[in-house]
Design a protein around this ligand. Structure first.
Ligand code: CAO
Length: 432
């Protein structure tokens, strides 16, 4: 037959009349041994008092704010343990003294056997939560930790702003209810996007995003919010390069190979990557080591009707400009025809995003993680440049280098882009 036991406050040192700051259970609850029952708070420590037995709570004898001492009755428990008393050796707390048991008023009424609960103590942490008054018991802190919640972010609704279990649960519920993509999942404390009924303001059409846009959008969002981006701008004098490019273009037109400035960019970027190996690298998963790559695969952003794709040209260091131009034409056609494979979009070390065929003066490309940098190329324009006390017309190519500031310093990025402009200004350097 089930036995009714009194659960008493155990030995809590020299403390008397200690305030109960939290009651974690209620009558009718089925509990396991070691489940926390109440939290006591002295001026020095908060202590969780766990149950010494499993069973069903028949009656709760305390409430928040009550003052208790060793031997005070916490609750009556219909024990499901087979042993009637299991104090000795099982808990760190002292076994109840017979005198305490004898003075328990409930004992005679229900033939309850008193058992002192063990106690787990934790130092009282400084008050948490804005407002400076809130506390949280060790059990609640542990509960919050298990759910990945920073207790300091939870507003307490308990007495004196104390954080309760309900507060933590409500905090988690609110976080989960945040619309995806608003930063809630990444731990960013940002406002949710407003939900607007646009039809209120005029007629609308709803068009689903393409699968590629959804996929690339999630990646772009992650890269944008997790990588500290800086973008360094410069211009390269490509006047001579353009003369050479046009000659080559005419020469290879019969073979239907179109040589655009991008083929030169690919080659020039690799010369710069060879000189600045930190740009040809990735952080490892732990973010503590740099993986320097000895191969030179470069991704190229391709605008397709279905969205942005970034196929990768392999071993750019081992290929000439004409070969690169040919491969660029082939791979961008494949991307536009949705014939590109996932493997052909993997393994890049660095990316180039060229909007030069369209226009614009500059833009800030988003790094294609786990790469560490990306080069944006805008439309070249003829500009008057000061040279030998006069102004000379030069074809200037705007470049935007976005880089991961966790790894690359601003000075290094400036050196990289200046070197790149020097290579482009004198394409003989591509052969070095
Ligand atoms: N300045 C001036 N003219 C340029 C130029 C530049 N920087 N870059 C290209 N051009 C010219 C080309 O020489 C070509 O001229 P012609 O038609 O007279 O021969 C014309 O612009 C069109 O070039 P293109 O765009 O077809 O070829 P490309 O090699 O420059 O680019 C590709 C290929 C696939 C990168 C491009 O088609 C593309 O998709 N670009 C968009 C990339 C993108 O969306 N980036 C943004 C990503 S979000 O960060």
């Amino acid at each position: 037959m089930a036995e009714i036991k009194q659960v008493l406050v155990p030995d809590i040192g020299d403390y008397k009349d200690v305030e109960i700051i939290e009651v974690m259970v209620k009558a009718g609850d089925k509990i396991n041994a070691e489940d926390n029952l109440i939290t006591l708070e002295t001026d020095k420590a908060a202590m969780d008092v766990p149950s010494p037995h499993a069973g069903t709570i028949k009656e709760l004898k305390v409430k928040v704010g009550d003052k208790v001492s060793q031997g005070s009755v916490i609750l009556l428990l219909e024990s499901s343990d087979s042993a009637s008393t299991t104090q000795a050796g099982k808990t760190p707390a002292a076994a109840p003294s017979p005198s305490v048991a004898a003075t328990a008023p409930e004992q005679s009424a229900v033939s309850a056997k008193p058992v002192a609960a063990p106690v787990t103590a934790a130092p009282v942490l400084p008050p948490v939560v804005a407002g400076g008054k809130a506390h949280a018991s060790p059990a609640i802190r542990r509960f919050a930790r298990e759910l990945g919640v920073q207790i300091a972010q939870v507003k307490g609704s308990g007495e004196k702003g104390r954080v309760t279990k309900d507060d933590v649960q409500n905090f988690v519920k609110a976080a989960l209810a945040q619309p995806r993509g608003t930063g809630g999942g990444s731990g960013l404390q940002v406002l949710a996007m407003p939900v607007v009924d646009f039809a209120k303001f005029g007629s609308i059409e709803t068009r689903p995003l393409s699968r590629i846009k959804k996929l690339s959008g999630a990646n772009l969002h992650r890269n944008w919010v997790t990588i500290p981006h800086i973008t360094q701008f410069d211009e390269a004098d490509i006047t001579e390069m353009e003369v050479f490019r046009k000659e080559l273009n005419a020469e290879y037109a019969k073979q239907k190979i179109k040589i655009t400035p991008l083929a030169f960019m690919l080659k020039a970027v690799v010369v710069a990557l060879q000189k600045f190996p930190e740009f040809n690298a990735s952080l490892d998963a732990g973010g503590e080591n740099l993986i320097l790559k000895q191969y030179f695969h470069v991704g190229v952003a391709v605008d397709t009707p279905n969205g942005l794709m970034v196929p990768v040209l392999r071993d750019v260091d081992q290929k000439g400009i004409v070969q690169l131009a040919k491969e660029l034409g082939e791979i961008s056609a494949k991307a536009r025809d949705l014939k590109i494979t996932a493997a052909e979009m993997q393994g890049g070390c660095f990316s180039i995003s060229s909007l030069g065929g369209i226009g614009g003066t500059a833009f800030t490309p988003i790094i294609n993680a786990p790469e560490l940098a990306i080069l944006g190329v805008s439309r070249a324009v003829i500009k008057p440049m000061h040279q030998d006390d006069t102004f000379v017309a030069k074809l200037m190519l705007p470049l935007s280098l976005s880089y991961d500031h966790r790894v690359i310093d601003g000075a290094e990025a400036a050196r990289f882009i200046v070197f790149l402009t020097q290579v482009l200004a004198d394409v003989r350097r591509l052969a070095l």
